[in-house]
Design a protein around this ligand. Structure first.
Ligand code: BEZ
Ligand code: MG
Length: 589
């Protein structure tokens, strides 16, 4: 990168075009770093088997880039950056996006951290500590705490008791419990092979989750304001159970922040009440939120549903100017103009009917069983229009069909959002993100007569990231589907690896079907990488012709449905590949 910058500088004729070019190169660099920084799973987890050395090193590096307050350990990136007198790593990171010098320093810090982890793995704690002391003036007592933690993690990564625990479970024996999260968020999940327990719903959201959510919501609203010229008057949120377990309720906390309320804890430290954050402190309107809860969330978080329902009713009852309280404005208008009762107009929590799960939008997409996008949005509402909250007499309602209340709430939505909770699973790894976030967006599109802005956020790295869906699809495509490091990792698993590639493309297609957020180049490069490259095609077809067949037909379907403008030659070639695979599968050749 340093070389690239120099070259740009000397080549440019005028100072201003050199500046411009430098900014563009830095911007490009920022995107490359973003891709590089994500922990890309380099293969599937094989039950019972320990992770490879490289993936262990990647995990340790990620763990070491966060402060571990509970262990008194500071992030190695901060220690090295401060050792060089560059201040904390976060500031260096921010400066590196518009300053070539800061960028070089940042690369130096990162490469030293990386090397210290390799040394730690090869030669042990003392070698790594001495290296950081010599090369970056990091005091031994400061880095020792982090390396002690890494040592512990590294030992636990070397053993795997999953198969043995499974066998014990099948014999009906006791399995030790352990928390559910990912290793970066909570290294105490190790060793694996334990009985994953959830959280106490009364602790949700935790203090940390509430603090993190404040940043996410701030970025989200600022972004919407900058791009659309106003705050969203109503937002659709997707809340999942496992997500809120792993993050201790970040999704729940985001909903509370949008409404502008904070949880109040009782004497047993249980979050059972909410109180409004005064508008003078909030300094923005309260946003109306329509929440789609997964069936798992509904089953696990009864107490949290009460809390969210209380929050909605409290905010709808505040005596505040309508332009500062969009929820109240919407509820009152519905009561006055449409003859809804207050309770009915204030329903904001929707999930499946009791005992049911999922939207089925994913199945409809995968089976190609739909004509227009409307069908997908309608299916979403049919599955998810069961209200949870309170009835006019104050009794809890648990899954009463309330289609018109949901449709009315969705008709005002201007933006949709979901939290990403894990380093390992992104929006094209599974079909659930598009069935939920894509599904609700499609339902909004028809009822609001316009497409909502769609955002995803994660607080996985040190910086809070809020991305548009389009940006997230591009990032996922670059870091996974089209990244040789990812697909070669998958192909090492043979038959299943090809199925994974196909499944990523189908999930990407799911985003086209529900939101049209996929650029043409995504499909074009998928075709070029996996099908038009003769050697690759042969390799994939030998490993798993069924998945290759599905992949080709999915691409042809994307073109047929107008999601992809492919050139004629490419289509012809895909058609040929399709026919020849059909023949092969039918045993003709
Ligand atoms: C959940 O954790 O709520 C969830 C998990 C998988 C799919 C959908 C939802
Ligand atoms: Mg398109």
């Amino acid at each position: 990168m340093g070389k690239l910058l120099k070259k740009t500088e000397t080549k440019s004729s005028s100072a201003s075009s050199s500046d411009k070019r430098e900014r563009r190169v830095l911007k490009l660099y920022e995107q490359l770093v973003e891709i590089e920084e994500r922990l890309i799973p380099t293969g599937l987890h094989v039950f019972g088997r320990v992770a490879g050395e490289r993936s262990q090193a990647d995990m340790l590096r990620m763990v070491a880039s966060f402060d571990r307050e509970e262990k008194g350990a500071r992030a190695l990136t901060d220690l090295v950056s401060e050792g060089f007198g560059l201040g904390d790593y976060q500031s260096l990171l921010a400066a590196s996006f518009n300053n070539g010098e800061a960028l070089k320093s940042r690369e130096r810090v990162e490469s030293i951290v990386r090397k210290s982890i390799s040394l730690f793995l090869e030669s042990g704690i003392d070698a790594a500590i001495a290296y950081l002391e010599d090369s970056a003036h990091v005091r031994a007592q400061d880095s020792r705490l982090m390396f002690a933690l890494l040592e512990n993690i590294s030992q636990q990564l070397k053993t795997n008791g999953e198969l043995e625990a499974l066998a014990r479970a099948l014999r009906g024996e006791y399995i030790e419990p352990g928390p559910g999260a990912d290793i970066v968020q909570n290294p105490d999940i190790l060793p694996t092979g334990r009985n994953t327990h959830a959280v106490n719903p009364y602790m949700i959201p935790s203090e940390i989750a509430f603090t993190r959510a404040e940043h996410v919501v701030k970025h989200l609203l600022e972004r919407h304001l900058a791009e659309k010229g106003s705050y969203p008057r109503a937002m659709a949120l997707v809340l999942w159970g496992l997500d809120n377990i792993k993050t201790q309720g970040e999704g729940v906390a985001q909903a509370l922040w949008l409404l502008g309320v904070r949880p109040v804890r009782d004497q047993l430290n249980r979050a059972t009440e909410v109180e409004p954050i005064p508008l003078e402190i909030l300094k923005r309107p309260r946003i109306d939120v329509v929440m789609t809860l997964s069936g798992i969330f509904r089953d696990l978080f009864g107490a949290t549903m009460n809390l969210l329902d209380k929050a909605v009713r409290l905010v709808a009852s505040l005596d505040e100017p309508p332009e500062m309280n969009f929820l109240r404005k919407n509820v009152l208008r519905q009561v006055e103009e449409e003859n809804f009762s207050f309770d009915e107009a204030a329903l904001r929590l929707f999930s499946n009917a009791p005992g049911n799960y999922g939207t089925n939008v994913n199945f409809m997409v995968m089976d190609s069983q739909w004509d227009s996008g409307e069908t997908l949005g309608d299916l979403f509402v049919t599955r998810k229009c069961f209200a949870y909250g309170r009835d006019p007499s104050g009794r809890m309602i648990e899954g009463r069909e309330a289609r018109s209340a949901m449709e009315r709430a969705l008709s005002r939505v201007e933006a949709a959002h979901q939290n990403i909770d894990s380093f390992e699973i992104g929006i094209t790894d599974v079909d659930h993100y598009f069935e939920y976030l894509g599904g609700v967006a499609k339902a909004v599109e028809k009822r609001a007569n316009s497409k909502p802005a769609i955002y995803l956020s994660d607080s996985l790295s040190r910086e809070t990231k809020v991305r548009s869906l389009e940006e997230t699809v591009r990032l996922e495509t670059r870091t996974k589907t089209l990244n040789p490091k990812w697909y070669e990792g998958m192909l090492a698993h043979g038959f299943r690896g090809v199925a994974e590639i196909e499944s990523h493309v189908t999930n990407t297609f799911g985003w086209s079907a529900t939101t049209d957020a996929v650029d043409d180049w995504v499909y074009t490069e998928v075709a070029e990488t996996f099908l038009l490259d003769e050697k690759m095609l042969e390799r994939l077809s030998n490993l798993n012709p069924h998945s290759v067949h599905s992949l080709v037909s999915r691409l042809l379907e994307a073109e047929g449905r107008g999601f992809w403008k492919a050139d004629t030659h490419m289509l012809e070639r895909l058609g040929e590949i399709f026919s020849s695979l059909e023949d092969q599968l039918e045993g003709i050749i």
